[in-house]
Design a protein around this ligand. Sequence first.
Ligand SMILES: C[S@@+](CC[C@H](N)C(=O)[O-])C[C@H]1O[C@@H](n2cnc3c(N)ncnc32)[C@H](O)[C@@H]1O
Length: 293
Amino acid sequence: MPIRRLLTQGDFFGERNVTEATDNRTQPLVPFLKWAGGKRWLTSEYGRVFPATFKNYYEPFLGGAAVYFFLDPPSAVLSDINSELVATYISIRDDWKSVFRFLKEHQRNHDQKYYYRVRDARLMSPHSRAARFLYLNRTCWNGLYRVNLRGQFNVPIGTKQAVILNTDDFEELSKKLRNVVLRACDFEGAIDSASEGDFIFADPPYTAKHNHNGFLKYNHRIFSWADQLRLRDALRRAHDRGCLFALTNAKHRSIADLYKGFPQKTLRRFSVISGEAHGRGRTEELLIRNYST
Ligand SMILES: C[S@@+](CC[C@H](N)C(=O)[O-])C[C@H]1O[C@@H](n2cnc3c(N)ncnc32)[C@H](O)[C@@H]1O
């Protein structure tokens, strides 16, 4: 679809003034994965930046799904390029009891030798794969997800011992995911399938033009600057179709320039992603939206 023109801030505030999300909902589910770039901080510190009303919810960079759990929409299309991640959501939705059974076994047996045996094993059933994904996520070094060129998870063991968490509620999660379309795919097709009135929350890996921000390589594929351009174009097309969108990204001039004309807000947070003391501290990120609250 041809791009009509880049609208100015005035256009956006004039055109799409939606009611802001309010806090009077029931207690949302807690994300069950620790995920690099996870947005729990955004939902707890900036919960009012999301629109309260929209048709379908789209989250094309799903990860730990913090914003999906927070908004708790009645229908959603959730996707990520990481097929093991998406398969884990699908297994929990379709048969959480089997996943939980395997997870309890991991909890009973967890130690260093067992961790590496499970990490390097070839597993067949979708439920054992999902339980392994959860087990490794909870016990590996700093909750990282990293694979080698053959796509094999290669993060060493961490210090955490808890495989089952007291926030786990797989039964409730499974119920919630029943109304959800889950897809392992690139973001572009997912965004292109959103229609007028739908809300897209886009939280890509934070590549800026000047650096990699420490954690851009989630899978064996790197999220490049060309991907950032593709994303901007997909969001512009979505805007032209009448979708609402919110995008988080690095606070860097290259990103601000990329979304020139869209309202931009600086978000401040305490970062703990690096796992090393020098990587922690207060950081700033950008929130770009095509609606006002
Ligand atoms: C910053 S994380 C999202 C974190 C999520 N918002 C949360 O709260 O946990 C970015 C996600 O984008 C996914 N990703 C990377 N490249 C992608 C692509 N081309 N298409 C779709 N997803 C991609 C990664 O697998 C990762 O899960």
